[in-house]
Design a protein around this ligand. Structure first.
Ligand code: ADE
Length: 419
């Protein structure tokens, strides 16, 4: 039977399969889970609708869910992050329905989300909360069929917590992002490296000696700041959180408001999860040739409508580089302000997505086993699962660590012993 899908071109499948297999080599934790899922089928009979970046790493997660007995369907969580060959391989070689085309417009993006929802999911798997939000706004009839959802990213968790605070959230969701083996590694080392990868593929600029503004010093901003400093950039951090700002200063970065930083940098990267972090007042101060990019989830961090409004013309200089002409100056916007690491490069490497997607697979299993006990709230996976992933990852890296002695365990559990 033909697999339902809406993808660019099924003929790309051979190339996509090769790339999925390449990613799989660096995903040993997910591989172990898949082997167990193949035997135990913990997701038997469950429909899982996933709205994730359609990358080779995601393909390996989808294979794992299917191996666990789920009927899994995939749609894109961003119009520019879909890898069309990978989508084709998922359909042709792995029998997984996919609704995603690189460069799709907003209308098609939401049409694909709705097509994934047509599978009547028992579990939703989101990266940014678009699936859950769409269901709660326009596909309410499906809500009662959902056991729980999972959420991959900080932005999505923030939206879900807002829904929960509003009393609007109608089923439980596991914040996979909040597992330690997710955000400490994916958000920090994954975003740090892949953001630079995207900027370099788009521009081929030299980082050494350049001045870079990193907006936001959360885990993603920290990751980028450290990595780009390592390549020789002078790094300025902008923040709104006073604690994070102290941390950035004590980590050795310059910290200042964007209004001051705007005139100083060659490259600006936003990773805040907030709106209009770079706006007209900042564009007006930027140097000729300044490059602006976003690595936050949504394309809302750079006020592109304002940039369009004040520029006399724009032209594409290279793929993913559009130059805007302002009075006597030029500003280059990368990848339409969409997340640069997935739009201009391949996203985080498989080695780090291994832990993120191990969390996703185990969150689906956790929902299958525990949904009856869960309320309409945002949950974190139990620490035992998080630590279990860390132990397997360590083993795959051939790193062994110490264990507490009985004496040390007793000491930690006691309060009587002091000086
Ligand atoms: N988010 C960031 N990098 C990713 C990747 N490689 N695959 C899926 N989601 C991602």
């Amino acid at each position: 039977m033909a697999i339902k899908s809406d993808i660019k071109n099924i003929k790309l499948a051979t190339e996509g399969k090769k790339r999925i297999e390449w990613a799989e080599r660096s995903m040993p934790v997910l591989r172990l889970i898949r082997e167990r899922f193949t035997k135990d089928k913990p997701l038997r009979g469950l429909n899982i609708a996933a709205c994730l970046h359609v990358t080779t790493e995601t393909a390996n997660l989808m294979r794992t869910l299917k191996a666990g007995g789920a009927n899994a369907v995939l749609c894109a969580s961003n119009p520019l992050s879909t890898q069309d060959d990978n989508a084709a391989a998922l359909v042709k070689h792995y029998g997984i329905p996919v609704y995603a085309i690189h460069g799709e417009n907003n209308k098609t993006y939401y049409q694909h989300i709705n097509q994934a929802l047509d599978f009547k999911p028992h579990i939703t798997m989101d990266d940014g909360c678009d699936l859950v939000s769409t269901m709660h706004q326009s596909r309410k009839e499906l809500i009662d069929g959902v056991l729980a959802g999972t959420e991959e990213t900080t932005t999505g968790v923030i939206r879900l917590k807002a829904m929960s605070a509003d009393g609007a959230l109608r089923f439980p969701v596991i914040a996979v992002n909040d597992s330690k083996t997710k955000h400490f590694f994916d958000n920090r080392y994954g975003t740090g490296q892949s953001t630079i990868d995207g900027i370099l593929r788009a521009t081929n600029m030299l980082i050494a000696g350049s001045t870079v503004v990193v907006a936001g010093y959360g885990w993603c901003g920290r990751g980028l700041a450290w990595r780009i400093k390592g390549l020789g950039a002078r790094v300025i951090i902008t923040e709104v959180d006073p604690v994070k700002a102290i941390e950035a200063a004590m980590d050795g970065f310059m910290v200042m408001p964007m209004a001051k930083a705007a005139s100083q940098a060659d490259l600006f990267v936003t990773l805040t999860g907030n709106l209009n972090v770079l706006r007209l007042e900042h564009f007006k101060k930027m140097k000729d040739g300044a490059i602006v990019a976003n690595s936050g989830h949504f394309n809302a961090e750079i006020d592109i409508p304002a940039l369009e409004k004040v520029s006399s013309s724009k032209k594409e200089l290279r793929p993913n580089v559009v130059e805007y002409k302002l009075k006597g100056r030029r500003i280059c916007l990368l990848a339409e302000g969409r997340l640069i690491n997935l739009s201009a490069a391949e996203g985080h490497p498989a080695m780090v997505m291994d832990m993120s997607f191990a969390n996703q697979a185990l969150a689906a299993e956790f929902v299958a086993k525990n949904h009856k006990k869960l309320e309409r709230k945002v949950y974190v996976l139990p620490e035992k699962i998080d630590k279990g992933i860390a132990r397997i990852k360590l083993r795959s890296m051939e790193i062994s660590i110490d264990r507490l002695t009985p004496e040390q365990k007793k000491y930690l559990a006691s309060w009587e012993m002091g000086t």
